[in-house]
Design a protein around this ligand. Sequence first.
Ligand SMILES: Nc1ncnc2c1ncn2[C@@H]1O[C@H](COP(=O)(O)OP(=O)(O)OP(=O)(O)O)[C@@H](O)[C@H]1O
Length: 256
Amino acid sequence: MLEIESLRKTYDGHGRRVEALAGITLAVGAGEFVCVVGPSGCGKTTLLRCLGGLLRPTSGEVRVAGATVAGPPDGLAIVFQEYGRSLMPWLRVAENVELPLKAKGLPRAERRGLVASALASVGLADAGRAYPWQLSGGMQQRVAIARAIAFQPRVLLMDEPFAAVDAQTRADLEDLVRSLWQATGVTLLFVTHDIDEAVYLGQRVVVLSSSPTRVLEDLPVPLPGERDQLTTRSDSRFVEMRTHLYASIQKAKSAT
Ligand SMILES: Nc1ncnc2c1ncn2[C@@H]1O[C@H](COP(=O)(O)OP(=O)(O)OP(=O)(O)O)[C@@H](O)[C@H]1O
């Protein structure tokens, strides 16, 4: 569903040249849940922007459902880290969720139905008339997730979506994302700097090196599909994998 082939991205400007991505090759199958981790500044956001058609690669190619990405692809939604900036403060929660559906040209009755079920699926059935700034950070990120889900994307990209919320909320949102993924079958690429989160959530974890960035490892997560915060995190396979990935990322950092 997602194919990234020899993707390179170099930023040029103000006499400074940064080779952010040095040739990334990666494929994500339909319905797969893949997490990407890497050291800070390694180009995780750059990678997602290229996938979302928000940034042109310097060379290489990105394809979504077989079509080369040249602008925002059809059927692709992104949830960003900064929910405070991605929600429109002058629109009510339901109107925020409805916005991309209007852009898609869906009729009013269908939009209303999708908004109501998306808000219910993130536990915010009663919050439609509130403004985003009246909600907690975790609730605002739920609204951003509802907006993405209502759009019924084939591919969902998430860029460190839980970095700004407290630990308890984060655990709840992780479980929410896994249950929505299971319910919808969406192809999910989730970027995080948190190794534990990557192992807990993903079916596969891709480790990026420091900049100039390459794929260092691409490993299946040896855990059953049903996961929960208590038993999964104390499972010996979870502990082994996080230890391995931690060492791998430390090695990547010291190689710069
Ligand atoms: N618009 C830009 N112009 C110039 N350099 C940029 C630009 N955007 C990113 N970079 C550089 O590219 C590299 C990768 O940045 P990017 O934000 O993609 O990394 P990241 O892994 O998402 O970072 P973090 O984990 O800190 O969020 C960094 O060295 C950054 O300074």
